[in-house]
Design a protein around this ligand. Structure first.
Ligand code: SF4
Length: 466
């Protein structure tokens, strides 16, 4: 029996999907990329943009069509706004929050579906199929399981304790926290994922140790507000800097080569101590992703970011002082409600000042459920596009200078796969600069190798394998 999963959105959803896979595999299902073969069809939804939710609707309409001549169960989980949830329960067979994932086998049993887990006798396969076909309802209006959970962050330990079935055997994510208390006005995450809850540090470190023992080379600690880790359990749990310190001490003593990253931090919780700790341990990746969102104080206030440009500047200066080799990435929004020419110009100046290696530049679009969704989206599309291009040019200017400065130097590179150019492999440096080099040796994929940089563009570098 097979399942088909459609993860949408960010790395957190990708990470959640790995635990969903574990539960389905534990029930005896195997994965397929062909929807028409699957008995279980699931979406891990993303509500960050309306586009993501539109994809969920188009998929469930297709699946419900398929139900006319194909027996299957559909589910949706992930980031879902309360209003969408109301609609989804009428369309999907199962709607649940991630903290209820351990109950998925029971939810499926409510349909009377035979779960093949205990059936080791492969000669009974036909019998199993017959029983499924007999028991899965066709009716799309039947939703025997509707969860009533109002706090999607409650009991997250039940979810985290599930061993993820990783999609890669050299790169992995470890969720360390769920939810967000920041309530940025453009973002719906606090409403879809609930309030911040930190995972037990002991469990995080154990999961990391297992990955390192298995030979993982890139491990990313994940949270919507990753560096506020521990703040919800003050006095009971360590803080983010201490978590990194313990990971760093273990990693450097292990004698293994790997890099630990984290995403996404909030400038408000980015202490000097965090940066000091990163500077002290080799295994803590020298790459910092620090969202700025805007370079203008008035705008930051309208976004409810709870920090000023000067606070942000202090962090960047501390990074440059303590981690001179670190690359810095950011997220920035153009065309947020009411953005004036002057406010935008302050964002451009900030990009010029901070000389990012990479910036994810978003043209603002209304995120349903967020506070700003009731505000006018009053910057014309053409203006947003123009501002996007101005910031992109600013980024390219600085990233090109940085990348050209690497020519002639050697870099440690994690090889991640084949490049589009035939005969080349691709990967990234510790600072997550994309690099390619000539080789057809697929055994290098998943390994850290040394490459001498020979040429550079604004977005990537090229080199020779040493
Ligand atoms: S910090 Fe702001 S942008 Fe990030 S998840 Fe929380 S509310 Fe959303």
């Amino acid at each position: 029996m097979k399942y088909f999963l459609l993860p949408l959105g960010c790395q957190m959803n990708r990470s959640d999907t790995e635990r969903v896979r574990t539960v389905l595999h534990g029930m005896g299902f195997t994965e397929t990329d062909k929807e028409e073969e699957a008995t279980i069809l699931g979406v891990i939804a993303c509500s960050v943009r309306q586009k993501g939710i539109d994809k969920v609707y188009s998929r469930i309409l297709k699946w419900n069509e398929m139900k006319q001549n194909h027996n299957c169960i559909t589910f949706v989980s992930g980031c879902i706004l309360p209003a969408d949830r109301e609609r989804f329960v009428k369309l999907f067979d199962l709607v649940f929050t991630m903290n209820e994932l351990p109950d998925l086998p029971d939810m499926i049993r409510q349909y009377g579906v035979f779960i093949p887990m205990k059936n080791d006798d492969s000669s009974n396969t036909n019998d199993v199929e017959t029983r499924i076909i007999a028991s899965v309802p066709n009716s799309i209006s039947k939703a025997p399981y509707i969860n009533k959970v109002v706090n999607p962050s409650a009991n997250m330990d039940r979810f985290w304790v599930i061993n993820p079935d990783h999609l890669s055997d050299f790169e992995a994510f470890i969720p360390i926290q769920n939810g967000c208390n920041k309530f940025c006005t453009y973002c719906a995450v606090p409403y879809t994922r609930g309030r911040e809850v930190s995972r037990k540090s002991e469990d995080i470190i154990n999961e990391l140790k297992e990955l390192v023992e298995k030979g993982y080379k890139s491990i990313t600690l994940l949270g919507q507000n990753v560096n506020s880790y521990g703040l919800d359990k003050k006095g009971e749990e360590i803080n983010f800097a201490e978590l990194l310190r313990r990971i760093g001490a273990y990693g450097d003593a292990s004698g293994k080569e790997f890099w630990v990253y984290f995403t996404s931090p909030h400038p408000r919780d980015m202490s000097d101590e965090v940066i000091e700790v990163i500077s002290q341990y080799k295994c803590l990746g020298k790459q910092i992703h620090l969202p700025i969102q805007s370079g203008d104080d008035n705008m930051l206030q309208r976004m409810n970011r709870k920090h000023t440009l000067d606070d942000y500047r202090h962090i960047i200066h501390t990074i440059r002082r303590l981690l001179p080799e670190a690359t810095i990435f950011t997220d920035i929004i153009v065309g947020f409600t009411g953005e004036t020419e002057e406010e935008f110009e302050n964002s451009r100046k900030a990009m010029e000042e901070f000389k990012y290696n990479m910036a994810y530049i978003a043209q603002y679009s209304v995120r349903p459920g967020a506070v700003a969704s009731s505000w006018a989206d009053d910057v014309p599309k053409a203006k947003k596009r123009e501002r996007y291009h101005i910031l992109t040019d600013e980024l390219m200017k600085h990233s090109l200078v940085y990348n050209q400065g690497l020519i002639g130097k050697t870099q440690k590179v994690l090889v991640t796969g084949y490049d589009r150019k035939n005969g080349y492999l691709t990967g990234h440096t510790e600072g997550k600069i994309v690099i390619r080099f000539q080789s057809r040796d697929k055994n290098l994929i998943g390994q850290i190798v040394t490459v001498k940089v020979t040429s550079a563009t604004a977005l990537s570098i090229e080199g020779i394998l040493l």
